[in-house]
Design a protein around this ligand. Structure first.
Ligand code: DC
Length: 234
């Protein structure tokens, strides 16, 4: 596998519907390129978990927004994975419960929360080049990146994948909530490469992304080389 070394950090934005393979593929791409992996869904889940734990009603946008600017969090990067800790604790398993899954879309719809998350997510650049997965990375968090991918799969296939993980969830309902909210809704970023992986393995999906990243980097290198060459010949 190749290692990418570039002067400026690069952000690869991987957005998409629930259970479209964002996590598996983001991790594979990050590993292959030696980039840091950031799961932004986990950051929203961490806030939902915090609210549930502190008796904050997740439907109370004002209360949730206030909690988000008050809680004591830090960004950590361990083993090329960046995540949020709360009062020094990383709730890795606690954020995956059905209760948190049901609460998180409410929290994620609060504009003040999204503002806070965007700041924190952009701050991850301090760790170096990133593969960041979410719903609004290409449209809202890093709209300037050239590397935008949108994953999707048929609803039957996505439900089958969730069930295989032992999770029973109404994915259509969650996608609907994520795409209908007023603040940074789930949508395909302009210029994003859309990959429907209903009939693909994760190896095939991540290979497709890696191929495209390499092609774009080579083109950018060519362009920079041509510019430098034209300056020399002038
Ligand atoms: O990917 P996930 O299921 O862990 O995401 C949890 C929730 O957070 C989901 O309802 C969508 C929301 N989310 C978001 O609104 N924006 C992101 N960048 C990431 C996740």
């Amino acid at each position: 596998m190749m290692e990418m070394r570039t002067k400026e950090p690069i952000v690869i934005a991987i957005d998409g519907t629930s259970a479209s393979g964002k996590s598996t593929n983001s991790k594979r791409v990050a590993k292959a390129l030696h980039f840091v992996h950031v799961d932004t869904g986990a950051m929203y889940r961490t806030l939902a978990w915090y609210c549930l734990r502190h008796g904050i009603d997740v439907r109370d946008a004002q209360g949730v927004g206030a909690a988000c600017w008050r809680w004591k969090t830090a960004l950590q990067c361990v083993g090329a994975t960046a995540y949020l800790t709360v009062e020094g604790y990383h709730p890795a398993t606690e954020i995956r419960t059905a209760e948190v899954s049901a609460a998180v879309p409410h929290v994620a719809a609060v504009p003040k929360v999204r503002e806070w998350m965007k700041c924190k997510q952009r701050e991850c650049l301090k760790f170096g080049s990133l593969v960041m997965e979410g719903r609004d990375i290409g449209t809202n968090v890093f709209p300037e990146t050239e590397f935008k991918y949108f994953l999707d799969a048929r609803i039957e296939e996505r439900s089958r994948r969730r069930a295989a993980e032992g999770v029973k969830e109404d994915l259509a309902e969650r996608d609907w909530r994520d795409s209908q909210r007023a603040s940074a809704p789930l949508m395909i970023a302009l210029g994003a490469k859309v990959i429907n992986n209903s009939e693909m393995t994760s190896e095939q999906t991540s290979s497709l992304i890696l191929e495209d990243v390499r092609k774009r980097l080579a083109q950018a290198g060519d362009k920079a080389g041509r510019l430098a060459a034209s300056r020399v010949s002038q």
